[in-house]
Write a protein that binds this ligand. Sequence first.
Ligand code: FAD
Ligand code: UDP
Length: 380
Amino acid sequence: MYDCIIIGAGIAGSVAARKLAEEKGRKVLILERRKHVGGNCYDERDAYGVLVHTYGPHIFHTNREEVFAYLSRFTDWYRFGHEVVARVGERLLPVPFNLNTLHQVYEADKADRLERILIATYGEGSRVPIMKLRENEDPDIREIAQYVYENVFLRYTMKQWGQTPEEISPEVTGRVPVVISYDNRYFGDRYQGVPRDGFTPMFERMLDHENITVQCGVDCSSRMRFEGDAVYCDGKRFTGDVIYTGALDELFDCRFGRLPYRSLDFRFEHLDEDSFQGHSVVNYTVSEDFTRITEFKFLTGQRDANGTTIVREYPFAYTGAEGEIPYYAILNEENEALYQRYRALTEGMERFHLLGRLAEYKYYNIDAMAEKAMQLAEQL
Ligand code: FAD
Ligand code: UDP
């Protein structure tokens, strides 16, 4: 019946499905354990009619022309330059730390001098990871680095990862560099925004193809068996392509121990007021137990809702308990080695492909994931 089975209807599974169905004429079955498509990009209206991102704020951003063009087939965009501020005491500071932030933190003469030094050292427009900035021995740069480290990174990272910025992979803090310009945007990418009517309709349109069957509320373990190098679906040997976008350890009953992940507890609150914080995202970088508050109407541009809905994010260590979701792979050598042990179990499985943030144990953004899915479909 099917040429291809895809496990997971997130961006990875959905883009791969559409490409295979449309361009390769494959009959694709998608099994998705959640009740809906979209994976972590899923959005929906809450009980008050406010469009919320159920699994945390998602902003699409990319410089990848091909990815932008492809997704644009399934949605129009509400485009904006996403901005974030950090609550530091009474102040709201632009993040990433940039020249606007510098001038907010230091008095005018000093800020001017520090700006000249930063530009002379790194060049105007450059983006310097905090861990790189900290290596500089110039006393003025050290002072800035120390300020940014203490007021932007240290406590936020402790909350998010349970570890200091030194202990986690530099790739992670490097996502939010110090920016030597007056650009307050969180991302430097050319295209940024959210699908105009939400992510979920974009996914629904992408998956609406005669060669695609989506079954939600189905965990693949209830339908598929992986025995040695063979794959079975509903008890029968399946010899087509299988694209797996779930967590790799789960596929093998976590036999070598669980792959470590960070999870998040999203606590939503609806307020009967026009605006709570006047910003889409406020990062709490020096206080509170949560990392950030998102106020959705400023992210989605929604105007037809009464009141406002916000969400606070409380990070914790994923244990695999019922209902917990593994959101972030914890990138380090030990975990990568464990991941590779699991991966080795799939090596003899011809036509079995690992794709996605979970399956590849990587920190991918939506656009990178979409691109990898396009490449895999092309290769098949
Ligand atoms: P997922 O979206 O996780 O999809 C995997 C799907 O597989 C899930 O729906 C899951 O239910 C299903 N599945 C797993 N196991 C099974 C199984 N056994 N049987 C059946 N189905 C299964 N990226 C950005 O570009 N911009 C952002 O602003 C952004 N914000 C983020 C905020 C948060 C809080 C998080 C956690 C991530 C954010 N990301 C953002 C990253 C983005 O969510 C990912 O890049 C993207 O969702 C990865 O897609 P995916 O398909 O690999 O995984
Ligand atoms: N980070 C931080 N303070 C901030 C923003 C980011 O310490 O105000 C660090 C933190 O370790 C975080 C990482 O940089 O996990 C990456 O941030 P990003 O916003 O990319 O995280 P995501 O949106 O993927 O959760």
